[in-house]
Design a protein around this ligand. Structure first.
Ligand SMILES: Cc1cc2nc3c(=O)[nH]c(=O)nc-3n(C[C@H](O)[C@H](O)[C@H](O)COP(=O)(O)OP(=O)(O)OC[C@H]3O[C@@H](n4cnc5c(N)ncnc54)[C@H](O)[C@@H]3O)c2cc1C
Length: 349
């Protein structure tokens, strides 16, 4: 049986950053990813705030363009221009570069490898069709919104924002991200994020809303075409996915396991953005495991929970309260709806 100090499940931003941090300290780290290629297919609108540079190296090939302001529309009326300097990533390259950095730190990366079960001190992995039991001392679950490791810990996300997105041609390039609130996008919003000559155009709603996502998305696209912003309705890429919006899970550490990123519900519960938090928390999770290995003391893992809460806890708790308010008070009544968005959306804070 193969033996590692740490198995990290999921090679998204959280997993690659976690794996790199532990491997840097000389530990034997295995990073497993169920996809055939890290980062692909993309399920993301690809915006990150520019402060992400504090936590990861941003290489030119990772970004497509810069954005400057966040424009917020309520019922098609521009209500806020917020300075929000950011990057639109090439998310494939972003995830791949982070995984490459982890490998350069000594991490072993397996693709087409899916964690399916925890058996005592081992993780059962199906890799390229073959089942293997991998013995390890610690496990980090960085395996996204519906985390398998989270199921082993009995700590899983329950509230999600499903979304659909097409990448469509712009008439003219732009440098602002745009968010559209409309009572029909129940619990969510529509977005248009410029990506060079194209834009990621999507709609997300609250999962329990019963809103007809595809229909709303089509209508939003048509509106953008009619307004002369989008050239035509022919996408170069179609995607979608779910983002956890219930806020951080009460437990991100259990026995020898930790959760990071979407798996831990560290995604912003109102905006559903989670890349930067995944990077921050992934690094902290990897550092906690390195500490536990160095001191040969599993109790060091609890330092992870303390560390990420110190940086993000208050911010995420406040956003979770805003999410609850949005879900409880969502209304089709026009003035009340606009007031609710002004009270809960981050551009009006
Ligand atoms: C439509 C959409 C648009 C979004 N747009 C933005 C945005 O513009 N900006 C932003 O900040 N956030 C955005 N998000 C959220 C963002 O994508 C996530 O917060 C971010 O990817 C979290 O990173 P992560 O590493 O925690 O998880 P992920 O990036 O989801 O990585 C988890 C990895 O684990 C792998 N995996 C899962 N299960 C297993 C298993 N059992 N075994 C092995 N591997 C496994 C998956 O294949 C995946 O590669 C968006 C989400 C959606 C759905």
């Amino acid at each position: 049986m193969q033996k590692y100090d740490l198995v990290v499940v999921g090679a998204g931003p959280a997993g690659s950053c976690a794996a790199a941090e532990t491997a840097k300290k000389g530990a034997r780290v295995l990073l497993i990813e169920r996809k055939a290629m890290v980062g692909s297919p993309v399920q993301c609108a690809e915006y990150v705030p520019r402060q992400i540079k504090r936590y990861v190296n941003i290489y030119p090939e990772m970004t497509v363009q810069r954005t400057e302001q966040l424009h917020t529309y309520i019922n098609d009326e521009l209500c806020s221009n917020l300075s929000a300097p950011g990057y639109i990533l090439d998310r494939v390259m972003f995830d791949r570069k982070l995984a490459e950095e982890a490998v350069n730190c000594g991490v072993e990366l397996w693709t087409k490898a899916r964690a399916i079960e925890k058996i005592e001190n081992s993780v059962r992995v199906v890799v390229k069709g073959e089942t293997k039991d991998i013995e390890c001392r610690y496990i980090i679950g960085a395996d996204g919104p519906r985390s398998t490791v989270g199921a082993w810990m009995n700590s899983q996300n329950e509230h999600f924002m499903p979304a659909v997105q097409w990448t469509l041609p712009l008439r003219e390039s732009r440098d602002n991200t745009e968010i559209y609130f409309d009572a029909e996008y129940v619990g969510g919003y529509a977005w248009m994020f410029p990506k060079g000559r194209f834009a990621n155009v999507g709609v997300g709603v609250c999962m329990e809303s019963g809103a007809k996502l595809t229909e709303l998305h089509q209508r939003f696209i048509r509106k953008m075409v009619t307004a002369g912003v989008i050239k035509d309705e022919l996408p170069i890429y179609k995607t979608g996915g779910i983002a956890p919006v219930g806020g951080p899970l009460p437990n991100s550490v259990y026995e020898n396991m930790l959760l990071a990123g979407d798996a831990a519900g560290q995604t912003h519960p109102v905006s559903a953005g989670g890349i930067m938090n995944a990077v921050i928390c992934g690094r902290l999770a990897g550092q906690a495991v390195a500490e536990a290995l160095k001191k040969d003391d599993i109790a060091c893992l609890s330092g992870y929970e303390t560390a990420w809460r110190k940086i993000l806890g208050r911010h995420l708790d406040e956003a979770t309260a805003q999410r609850r308010r949005l879900d409880e008070k969502w209304t089709m009544e026009s003035p009340a709806f606009a007031d609710l968005i002004r009270e809960t959306w981050l551009a009006f804070a």
